[in-house]
Design a protein around this ligand. Structure first.
Ligand SMILES: *[C@@H]1O[C@H](CO)[C@@H](O)[C@H](O)[C@H]1NC(C)=O
Ligand SMILES: *[C@@H]1O[C@H](CO)[C@@H](O)[C@H](O)[C@H]1NC(C)=O
Ligand SMILES: *[C@@H]1O[C@H](CO)[C@@H](O)[C@H](O)[C@H]1NC(C)=O
Length: 500
């Protein structure tokens, strides 16, 4: 009981410290929830200024009387707007019109400040297959609680190669950036929130990018759900998340080429299935079957669970999950399946990888940028390979050696046909003499680093009580010496992971 009582304040201190770290990094990292606050204020000031020039009614356009009379369903069927469900003719205008009408409906209060609540309005694709010549975008920022679901969208042969089939960026903000600040009304209908959208759900969709551009782009939005989507034939990103937070990608399938593995064209895979340039997102129960990189994360505090990557194999230059956020990682990868393709983490600081399965010599690479590895747990995973001596966890120190190593635990993993690497190890040796050496260099992850040693010397020779001492731990080799020669067994436990 007293132990528990003592631990509580320590946890709180650690919690506050973690918060401080996030804030400290917020300014130079990709736009995230914490660094966006000044932008929010700017937007609100801009809006207040404009509102003083123009009548307040322009801020939220009131629905036309005709639309108020229609008090029926809030499900918008795209074929009612002339969309072609056979996929033969371009349906972008019809879909744009359906979404524009959905935006005109009654708004029921707000979600986040400046985001109007569309009340759960649905764009129903009615099981059709629609050709798009341009990205599908929402008409204005500052709205939420809308769902698009139930059909296929396919990029046309002249779809912009840098576009996304569904683009949740803010059209109004881009127009503002392009400098036409004369149109006050269009600026005033733009969001006063620092987020473009909140609670947009994209569900039960197949997105065929037709090797032109990407599938879904979520820019500076909040609580976006991507659920049961199949995204294929992308060349840039299957899903791009930029800024904002809490985009939840779940129960989905992504691949550049449609294959079930062992594809002859695997070496040619390009593109990234999921690109997370933002904080606090989750990817759960997702299969990535072809892409050069399965998931790349450059924002903090993302979590991956139940991800099966069999995109381009590591041996062909591919990566399953790439954590490109050196210095503050805060990523959890659990219960995932890295299938011939591994994980790369640059200068990991707070990284947890557990309960995952690595097949086909797939391994974890810690890549040094400034030599930092701190708070890393790689535990309770299974590795399976082909007896080529591939190590389960490897270091890339080509740029800089790891010099700031603290609280790195690689332990309790099992390997079949691969070589175990760990930060804790046990060994023993026996001999008749005054010096015993146990060499841990084949198993310890970091070269020349032992922070803690325990040993015992056991001798069966009657009547002799030798003095003995730990003499040397250099190069991961533990040397024990005694003052007299004795036949003895020496047992040694070493640890590289202790906090300094
Ligand atoms: C891969 O790309 C190369 C060069 O672009 C091409 O020659 C080859 O046919 C492609 N292989 C497959 C299987 O698509
Ligand atoms: C150990 O070595 C000594 C000589 O150095 C020898 O007398 C003794 O029998 C050896 N003991 C064993 C158990 O081999
Ligand atoms: C420890 O061993 C290394 C070689 O492994 C040697 O260079 C070094 O001098 C030794 N240190 C001591 C104190 O004996």
């Amino acid at each position: 009981m007293t132990g528990t009582g003592r631990n509580v304040p320590l946890c709180m201190v650690l919690g506050l410290f973690g918060l401080f770290m996030i804030r400290a990094s917020g300014d130079d990292s990709p736009p995230g929830k914490l660094s966006s606050a000044p932008h929010h204020d700017q937007m609100r000031q801009l809006q207040e200024f404009k509102a003083s020039l123009v009548s307040g009614s322009a801020i939220s356009p009131s629905p036309s009387p005709q639309q108020q009379v229609v008090s029926g369903s809030r499900v918008y069927h795209v074929t009612d707007y002339g969309a072609d469900p056979t996929g033969k003719s371009d349906s972008i205008e019809a879909l744009d019109k359906a979404i524009a009408d959905a935006f005109q409906g009654p708004s029921e209060g707000v979600l986040m400040e400046g985001i109007s609540n569309l009340g759960g309005v649905q764009i129903d694709l009615e099981g059709g297959n629609y050709l798009l010549s341009k990205p599908l975008r929402l008409p204005a920022a500052g709205a939420g609680n809308l769902m698009i679901h139930g059909g296929t969208l396919r990029a046309s042969n002249d779809f912009p190669a840098d576009g996304y089939l569904i683009d949740l960026s803010s059209t109004t903000q881009e127009e503002m950036k392009e400098g036409s600040s004369s149109d006050l009304n269009s600026e005033l209908t733009s969001s006063s929130s620092s987020y473009n959208y909140e609670y947009i759900t994209l569900k039960d969709l197949m997105l065929d990018c037709n090797y032109r551009g990407g599938g879904i782009s979520v820019v500076n939005s909040l609580r976006t759900g991507i659920d049961n989507c199949y995204i294929a034939h992308f060349t840039s990103n299957g899903i791009l998340v930029q800024g904002g937070h809490e985009t939840y990608i779940r129960n989905s399938f992504l691949g550049q080429h449609i294959t079930a593995g062992g594809d002859a064209g695997e070496r040619n895979y390009t593109g990234t299935a999921i690109n997370l340039m933002g904080n606090d997102n989750a990817v759960t129960d997702v299969v990535i079957f072809s892409a050069a990189i399965g998931i790349i994360a450059s924002g903090q505090a993302n979590t991956f669970s139940g991800v099966h990557c069999y995109n381009k194999a590591t041996g062909f230059g591919g990566t399953g999950i790439y954590l490109k956020l050196p210095g503050l990682t805060q990523t959890r990868i659990v219960n995932s399946y890295l299938d011939y393709t591994g994980i790369v983490a640059e200068d990991p600081v707070q990284l947890h990888i557990s309960s995952s399965f690595f097949l086909g010599d797939a391994f974890i690479l810690l890549k040094s940028i400034n030599g930092v590895a701190n708070g890393v747990s790689i535990v309770d995973n299974m590795f399976s390979g082909s007896n080529k001596g591939v190590e389960i966890v490897q270091l890339d120190q080509s740029k800089a050696p790891f010099t700031q190593i603290d609280q790195v635990v690689v332990d309790r993993n099992n390997a079949k046909g691969m070589n175990i690497k760990a930060t804790v190890a046990r060994g023993s040796t026996e001999g008749n003499g005054s010096s015993w050496t146990v060499d841990f260099s084949p198993v310890l992850l970091f070269p020349n680093l032992i922070k803690h040693v325990q040993y015992s010397l056991s001798s069966s020779r009657d009547g002799v009580f030798p003095n003995h001492v730990l003499r040397n731990v250099s190069e991961n080799r533990v040397v024990i010496e005694s003052d007299v020669a004795v036949p003895a067994n020496v047992f040694v436990a070493v640890d590289q992971s202790l906090s300094t």
